[in-house]
Design a protein around this ligand. Structure first.
Ligand SMILES: [Zn+2]
Length: 506
């Protein structure tokens, strides 16, 4: 009905400019709120303040595919979310288990046992119930995750109720158009998510059917997150007339990150509260820190965060192994290299594999003028994603565009100048990533590897044998590498005997 009120111009003149009038947009939003049972009666009484919902399905590890450009790897999950729009706050309690069939890809797969994760956001704070180094332990102390606040807020505000509340807040900034016969409301989010443009497509019953946002990702640039909500029902234990989707599918970068069948939804439980733990409230802001440790002549281990790098000095240049995470980390690593090895350009940057946490800083290294060495399969993918728009949060490369120089590595590549040598090999037989390279420094007898062997802190009790680490050791033997030390890109500097111990071969 409403549609007819303001869109007659469009219906009359098929391809005319979409009609968009602010007051009409708010009328449409109100219709959608009624459709969900969010408001009752002629007065706008907002009936949804808190919400809990439960479901089963799958989550997928974004950016952790086995091959570049393929779908994110799956975990099976049971899922329980609780949220409050007033705070705003959200707690997601998920138990993940391995998918069926062959397990390939990163993100922690395969799991040694089902794993429970509790991730919380409250106001401007975010944390996980986890123990650093030991992972998620429900009921344990909180580990602050300040970098996750906005992602979790976005999740809260793009659920059906939240997105309509945000549309109301947008006031006259909300516009309505018609696309393919469907009503679309477009508006900017507010608060900490200010400026993120959100598009809500309504179904024939005026319920939000599809919500689309764009946020900045270090790899994909202006990345689309689209969530579809279908099969709305009253999912309350007692009839509430509140309609919630029984199927939620969220996609990022074109592939699902969540596919959830909702079995129960309970609005307005007054006991949904989110006290911020003291250590989270008092945690200092996350700072990018690079610690430099000389491992051998011309070899430096760059640590200080979650993802490490190794700088290798040649006569006339530096080769940097790994430029991880994002622009901020990459710039800090580049600066540390320049300070440690002054007056030599970073000519090569080696990329261990295509997982987003390991490739996220590469654009900054391209901007630095370095040639990227990566597995052959990655080259077309990197060329494709790096050409995509990065306008929402322009990084170094977006500000000073440069054509990336990428040299593909097949089975082996050697950089040498007679004094220093860095050998790169394709890691065979791994299920972590098909594009995995390992590095070997024959003079220093040092091996560089990512993700397939992450040594735990020395005091930790030994965990189960990880198949990927056994495979790494088999590759070392296959290639006849005389390894004495390992500089893992996660964890700490260890001796080859530590790897042997970890795989039960001492
Ligand atoms: Zn990985």
């Amino acid at each position: 009905m409403i549609r007819r009120l303001f869109c007659y111009t469009l219906i009359a003149g098929a391809l005319a400019a979409p009609c968009a009038r602010a007051q009409d947009a708010q009328a449409v939003v109100k219709t959608a709120e009624y459709a969900l049972g969010m408001i009752r009666g002629p007065q706008r009484i907002d009936a949804i303040n808190t919400l809990e919902y439960w479901g089963t399905g799958s989550t997928y590890a974004f950016g952790q595919s086995y091959r570049p450009d393929s779908a994110w790897p799956e975990f099976k999950v049971t899922y329980h979310a609780s949220l409050s729009y007033a705070v705003p706050a959200m707690r997601v309690d998920v138990t993940r288990s391995n998918p069926d069939g062959l397990i390939q890809g990163g993100g922690g797969l395969p799991l040694a046992a089902p794993q429970r994760q509790i991730q919380v956001m409250s106001g401007k704070f975010a944390w996980n119930e986890s123990v650093p180094g030991a992972g998620f332990i429900p009921g344990s102390a909180a580990t602050p995750t300040p970098g996750a606040v906005n992602d979790r807020l976005l999740q809260l505000w793009t659920l059906p109720f939240g997105v309509l509340k945000m549309a109301v807040k947008a006031g006259s900034a909300a516009k309505v158009t018609t696309e393919g016969g469907a009503t679309v409301i477009t508006f900017p989010l507010s608060g900490a998510l200010q400026g993120i443009i959100t598009k809500v497509t309504l179904n024939a019953k005026n319920q939000p059917e599809r919500v689309e946002t764009r946020t900045s990702d270090p790899v994909l640039g202006d990345m689309v997150t689209e969530t579809t909500y279908s099969d709305y029902k009253d999912l309350g234990e007692i009839t509430t007339d509140v309609q919630f989707p029984s199927h939620i599918v969220e996609k990022q970068g074109g592939f699902p990150v969540l596919d959830l069948t909702v079995t129960k939804a309970d609005p307005n439980n007054p006991y949904v509260v989110f006290p911020v733990p003291d250590n989270v409230e008092k945690a200092p802001p996350a700072a990018v820190k690079v610690e430099t440790q000389k491992v051998s002549e011309g070899v430096w281990y760059l640590t200080g965060g979650t993802h490490h790098s190794v700088a290798v000095e040649f006569k006339n240049y530096v080769a940097l192994v790994e430029c991880p995470l994002n622009d901020d980390r990459a710039v800090a690593v580049i600066d540390a290299v320049k300070k440690t090895i002054p007056n030599k350009p970073i000519r090569y940057v080696v990329n261990s594999h295509h997982h987003f946490d390991h490739l996220g800083g590469l654009r900054a290294c391209v901007a630095e003028g370095a040639t990227i060495l990566t597995a052959a399969e990655n080259k077309p993918y990197y060329e494709k994603v790096w050409a995509m728009p990065h306008t929402l949060s322009p990084d170094r490369l977006a500000k000073v565009p440069k054509k990336p120089v990428i040299e593909a590595v097949a089975d082996k590549r050697v950089l040498t100048d007679g004094t220093q040598t860095l050998e790169l090999y394709h890691l065979q037989g791994t299920n972590h990533a098909d594009t995995m390279l390992i590095g070997y420094l024959p003079k220093a007898k040092v091996l560089i590897e990512a993700d397939v062997y992450n040594p735990a802190p020395p005091i930790a009790s030994p965990g189960p044998v990880v198949k990927e680490s056994v495979n790494l050791y088999e590759n070392i033997k296959r290639l006849n590498l005389d390894v004495q030390q390992i500089t893992p890109l996660h964890g700490r500097l260890v001796a080859i005997s530590d790897l042997r111990k970890a795989i039960g071969q001492n």
